[in-house]
Write a protein that binds this ligand. Structure first.
Ligand SMILES: Cc1cc2nc3c(=O)[nH]c(=O)nc-3n(C[C@H](O)[C@H](O)[C@H](O)COP(=O)(O)OP(=O)(O)OC[C@H]3O[C@@H](n4cnc5c(N)ncnc54)[C@H](O)[C@@H]3O)c2cc1C
Length: 657
C-alpha cells in the first residue's frame, strides 16, 4: 500500500502572522507563508530565541520583574486567587457543573442524557446548552483558532497550555473489541510458545481498553491511514501550541523593548511569553498498531529476564556492572563458549565506560533500517543455539513498526523545529515497556540541547522508582536532557482486573498510600538529582512535571523544592492539572510564579462528548475535591457580591515562568 511507504514530512505550508509594531504600539498584521521548518529557527528557539528576536535574558528578567507575583497560600484555600481569572458567570457555571457531577443519576446516564437532549433540543440548542455547562467548563473551544482567547486568558494569569485535541470515537464495546483483537495479533498468528509472557498478548475480555478508565482517552487501531490522520491532528496541535508561543515571544519582545507598551496596561493581547514552553500531549497508540507495542514490550521484558538469568538475580541492567568476563564465564560454565553463535553474540555486545552491558543496540528500534526480527536474538543458556526473544513479525508488520516510529519522529522533529515540546502519555502496562523505551530513544535523539521529548511515569506501578532512576541514569551517562511527567496512573482497576484474570502478578501498588509514597520518593530522587546538577553548573538537564490534582502531592513538591534548594525560577519543576479541574491549585501556583500548566482539551462539541462523559464520571469519583472547589466558588461569589464586583472583568498581568 502506498501510504505504508509514504514518507510524511512536516514542512506543512503554514501562515505565519507577524505583527509589525511601531514604538507607540500601532500594529500591522502581516501574513507570511512559509514551510514550518524554515521559519521557526529564525523566529523562535527559546533560550536562543532571545538573541534572534533582539532581546536577551537580562531584558527578559527585567520584564518579568515588572509583573506581579502573588504570595502562595499552600492551603489552597484562597477563593480570590483561585478564580480571579473567571468572570462571575464562569464562577456560577463551574458551580452548576460540579453540582451536576455530584448527581449519581446524571453521571451514570450522562451519555444517554446528552444524546436524548440533542434529539429533543436540536443541534443548535443542544450546543448552546453544552457551551453553557459541561463543554464551556471543561473544553477550550472547537478548533485551534477558537481556543486562542482561553489560552490568552490563562497565560495572562500565569498558566501555560498542554494542548490535547480531544475528539474521541464513540464506538460500541463490540466494535472496540473487534478492532483491538484484529490490531493486536500478527498475521503470522498469536505465538504463545515457551518463554512468551501472557501479559503481553491480547485477551478478548480486556480488549475494550476503556474498561474502568475515566481519566484517559483510548485510541483503537483501524488501519495505517487512520494513524496518518492522527499524525496530522497532532501536527495541527503542535502548530497551535507554537502559534501561541510565537505570539507570546513577539509580545514579550515588545514589552521588553518598550515598557510603555500595552503589556503594562493590562491588554489581554499582550499577555506574556512561554519562550518555547508550550506542550502537546501525544499517545503512541494513536500512531501505530497495538500488536507492535505488545511485541516490543514482551521482548523488553524477556530481555530483562534473560539478563537476570545471566547475572543470577533481579535488578536493572544499570545497577549491575556486568563486564564481558561475566557473560563469558556463564557460557563457559555451560560448556558453550566455543559455540560459533555464542562467540558471534558475545562479539556484538557493547559495554559502556562503566561496564554496563548493552545486550542489544536499543537505539536501533528508532533506526529506519533496522529490522526488529533480526535484532532480538540471544544464545540459549542451555543449548547455545540462537533463539528469538520476539514473536514472529511479517515483513508488512515490520514496515508498520517503522511507520509508527517515523510518525513519532516527525512529531519530535517538528516540536524541535517549532521549539515546543511533546509529552508522551503513559498507557497500559502491556504497552508501557515499549512506549517508555521508544520515548527514551527519542529523548536521546532530540533532547541534546533541551528537553523536547517528555516521558511519563505512573507511580501506581511497583517498579516506577526503579524505572525512573534507571532512565535518569541513562540520561546522565549518555548526556541527554531528561524530561518526565509524574502521574499516579489512570488504569488502576483495569490493570488489577486483567492481572487477576490472566494470572500474572498485579503490577500496581497495594494501596493508595503506597502509590503516594512511590510518587513522593520518585519526585524526591528527581529533585535531588536536579540539585546535584545545579551545584555542578549543569542547570535544567532534568525537567519534571508534577501532573496531579492531589493537593498533598503539590504541597509536597513545593516543600521539597524549598528544602532541597530549587526555586520556581530554576524552571525545572512544573505542575499540571486538567482544564476545569482543581483551578484552586493551578491558578494560585501560576500567579505566584510557579510553572503551572493546564491540560487543554479542544474539539467540536458533538465529537468531544465521550471526553465530557469521562470528565463527569471522574469528577464523581473525587467528591472531596469537588466539595472544596464548590465551597471556594461560593465564597468567591459572596465576596464579589459584597464588594460590588459582580460584573468583574478578569484582566491578568502575570507572566508565566
Ligand atoms: C496533566 C495530567 C496528565 C496525565 N497524564 C497521564 C498519563 O499520561 N498516563 C496516565 O496513566 N495517567 C495520566 N494522568 C491521570 C493520572 O494518572 C491520575 O489518574 C489522575 O490525575 C488522578 O490522580 P491524582 O494524583 O491527580 O489525584 P488523586 O485524586 O490523589 O488520585 C486518586 C487516584 O489515585 C488512584 N490510585 C493510585 N494508586 C492507587 C492504589 N494503589 N490504590 C487506590 N487508589 C490508587 C485512584 O485510582 C484514584 O483515581 C494525567 C493527569 C494529569 C492531571
Amino acid at each position: 500500500m502506498a501510504f505504508l511507504r509514504a514518507v510524511v514530512r512536516h514542512n506543512v505550508s503554514r501562515k505565519l502572522r507577524v505583527n509589525l509594531c511601531d514604538i507607540n504600539g500601532n500594529c500591522t498584521l502581516v501574513r507570511l507563508s512559509h514551510p514550518t521548518s524554515s521559519v521557526v529557527p529564525i523566529a523562535l528557539k527559546s533560550s536562543h530565541a532571545a538573541s534572534a528576536l533582539g532581546y536577551d535574558t537580562e531584558l527578559q528578567r527585567k520584564s518579568e520583574s515588572q509583573h506581579p507575583k502573588d504570595p502562595l497560600d499552600t492551603a489552597f484555600a484562597d477563593p480570590e486567587a483561585s478564580f480571579k481569572s473567571k468572570t462571575t458567570w464562569e464562577v456560577i457555571r463551574a458551580y452548576i457543573v460540579y453540582t451536576l457531577c455530584s448527581s449519581e443519576y446524571l453521571v451514570e446516564h450522562n451519555m444517554k442524557l446528552m444524546k436524548v437532549s440533542k434529539a429533543l433540543l436540536g443541534d443548535r440548542l443542544f450546543k448552546l446548552m453544552m457551551k453553557s455547562t459541561f463543554y464551556g467548563h471543561f473544553v477550550a473551544g472547537e478548533d485551534q483558532e477558537k481556543i486562542k482567547p482561553t489560552l490568552e486568558r490563562l497565560r495572562s494569569f500565569g498558566v501555560k497550555p498542554i494542548l490535547d485535541y480531544s475528539v474521541e470515537e464513540d464506538i460500541s464495546q463490540e466494535e472496540a473489541e473487534r478492532r483491538e483483537v484484529e490490531g493486536s495479533v500478527s498475521a503470522a498468528g498469536d505465538e504463545k510458545s515457551q518463554g512468551t509472557l501472557t501479559q503481553y498478548h491480547v485477551d478478548k475480555t480486556f480488549a475494550d481498553r476503556r474498561y474502568k478508565v475515566k481519566s484517559a482517552r483510548t485510541y483503537f487501531y483501524l488501519n495505517e491511514a487512520q494513524c496518518e490522520r492522527n499524525l496530522e491532528t497532532f501536527q495541527r496541535c503542535l502548530e497551535a501550541v507554537s502559534d501561541d508561543d510565537i505570539k507570546s515571544a513577539k509580545l514579550k519582545t515588545l514589552s521588553t523593548s518598550n515598557p510603555e507598551n500595552s503589556l503594562d496596561k493590562g491588554s489581554s493581547c499582550f499577555s506574556g511569553a512561554t519562550f518555547g514552553t508550550g506542550i502537546c500531549a501525544i499517545k503512541l497508540t494513536a500512531l501505530g498498531r497495538p500488536q507492535l507495542l505488545l511485541q516490543l514490550s514482551e521482548v523488553i521484558m524477556r530481555t530483562r529476564q534473560y539478563f537476570s538469568d545471566v547475572v543470577g538475580g533481579q535488578g536493572s541492567v544499570i545497577s549491575h556492572h556486568v563486564g564481558p568476563e561475566v557473560l563469558e564465564k556463564k557460557f563457559e560454565q555451560a560448556c558453550l563458549l566455543s559455540e560459533a553463535p555464542v562467540k558471534k553474540f558475545l562479539d556484538k555486545i557493547t559495554y559502556d565506560r562503566e561496564g554496563v552491558i548493552h545486550l542489544f543496540p536499543w537505539s536501533g528500534i528508532i533506526d529506519e533500517n533496522q529490522q526488529l526480527s533480526d535484532t532480538f536474538r540471544v544464545p540459549d543458556l542451555k543449548t547455545g543455539r540462537m533463539v528469538r526473544l520476539i514473536t514472529t513479525l511479517t515483513p508488512k508488520e515490520e514496515e508498520m513498526f517503522r511507520n509508527m516510529i517515523r510518525r513519532l519522529d516527525s512529531l519530535a522533529r517538528m516540536a524541535q523545529d517549532l521549539d515546543v515540546r511533546i509529552m508522551i502519555d503513559a498507557e497500559q502496562t502491556y504497552f508501557q515497556p515499549a512506549i517508555s523505551r521508544i520515548t527514551l530513544e527519542f529523548m536521546r535523539k532530540y533532547n541534546k540541547e533541551k528537553a523536547v521529548v517528555f516521558n511519563t511515569y505512573q507511580c501506581y506501578l511497583k517498579d516506577t522508582y526503579n524505572e525512573c532512576t534507571t532512565d535518569l541514569e541513562q540520561a546522565k551517562r549518555q548526556n541527554f536532557y531528561f524530561g518526565a511527567k509524574l502521574v499516579r496512573g489512570a488504569y488502576l482497576e483495569q490493570e488489577r482486573a486483567r492481572a487477576a484474570a490472566l494470572g500474572y502478578s498485579d503490577p500496581t501498588n497495594p494501596s493508595f498510600e503506597a502509590t503516594t509514597e512511590m510518587y513522593h520518593r520518585t519526585l524526591t530522587e528527581c529533585l535531588r538529582r536536579i540539585k546535584d546538577l545545579k551545584d555542578h553548573g549543569e542547570e535544567r538537564k532534568i525537567g519534571i512535571m508534577v501532573a496531579s490534582h492531589n493537593e498533598d502531592t503539590v504541597r509536597f513538591a513545593i516543600e521539597k523544592m524549598k528544602e532541597i534548594g530549587i526555586s520556581p525560577e530554576d524552571k525545572v519543576i512544573c505542575f499540571g492539572q486538567l482544564l476545569g479541574m482543581c483551578d484552586y491549585i493551578t491558578f494560585p501556583l501560576g500567579q505566584s510564579g510557579y510553572s503551572a500548566y493546564k491540560y487543554i482539551p479542544y474539539g467540536p462539541i458533538n465529537e468531544v462528548l465521550p471526553y465530557l462523559s469521562r470528565r463527569a464520571q471522574e469528577n464523581r469519583g473525587i467528591l472531596q475535591k469537588i466539595k472544596k472547589e464548590k465551597s471556594l466558588l461560593l465564597q468567591e461569589l459572596r465576596r464579589r457580591f459584597v464588594r460590588g464586583k459582580f460584573f468583574y472583568t478578569p484582566k491578568g498581568n502575570y507572566v508565566p515562568v
